[in-house]
Write a protein that binds this ligand. Structure first.
Ligand SMILES: C[S@@+](CC[C@H](N)C(=O)[O-])C[C@H]1O[C@@H](n2cnc3c(N)ncnc32)[C@H](O)[C@@H]1O
Length: 176
């Protein structure tokens, strides 16, 4: 295993993010591509997880991993979900870590969010907040109006990183 550097996280805060629970917020600008965290993981082998882990709180936090499910130790377990994440991640199976980096410049005061993938196991409060801010909303049948803002991803950096680094990770938090 490589020797893994640790990062100065003194500009980050764990704070109450309303209905999402706790989340990670930055107090300073984080430039695009900057590494935010490298979280070591704790691996739960598939058999153990299917008998125990999946019936516990762990199931809200674990990532799919080779041979089982993994809990990110540290910040990696604190990122909330966003459909338009500002943080991407890559699982490093050899070194048993997950590397998190900024997909774009992240301004002071912004919450740092990853994408958990399309199949969430909870009502997405971030989507509700974003739709309200954009003037969209659910009709009585629960159908949402408005586009998902494809054209807002005109930022080529975001697009490039999402496809190269994030696309294959996007389902990592989905449950088997
Ligand atoms: C990996 S944990 C994130 C940290 C968590 N907020 C906490 O306080 O421990 C995942 C859980 O956070 C909540 N969560 C994350 N993103 C959310 C979102 N966009 N809307 C609502 N709840 C969210 C859900 O309860 C989910 O099961």
């Amino acid at each position: 295993m490589e020797s893994i550097p640790l990062f100065d996280q003194s500009a980050l805060r764990i704070q109450d993010c309303g209905p999402k629970g706790r989340g990670v917020v930055t107090t300073t600008l984080i430039p695009a591509r900057a590494t935010i965290d490298i979280s070591p993981i704790l691996l739960f082998p598939s058999e153990e997880y299917s008998v125990h882990g999946q019936y516990t709180q762990l199931d809200h936090y674990t990532y799919r991993w080779q041979g089982g499910m993994a809990l990110a130790l540290g910040l990696g377990s604190m990122f909330n979900h966003a459909n338009k994440p500002n943080v991407g991640f890559q699982r490093d199976f050899v070194n048993k870590v997950i590397r998190y980096s900024a997909l774009r410049d992240i301004q002071a005061g912004e919450e740092l969010c990853i994408s958990y993938g399309p199949n969430l196991w909870f009502p997405d409060m971030e989507k509700d907040e974003q739709d309200q801010a954009e003037g969209h909303g659910a009709d009585g049948a629960g159908n949402w109006s408005g586009t998902d803002g494809e054209d807002e991803t005109g930022d080529s950096l975001l697009t490039r990183l999402q496809f190269s680094d994030v696309e294959d990770e996007v389902s990592a938090l989905e449950k088997p």
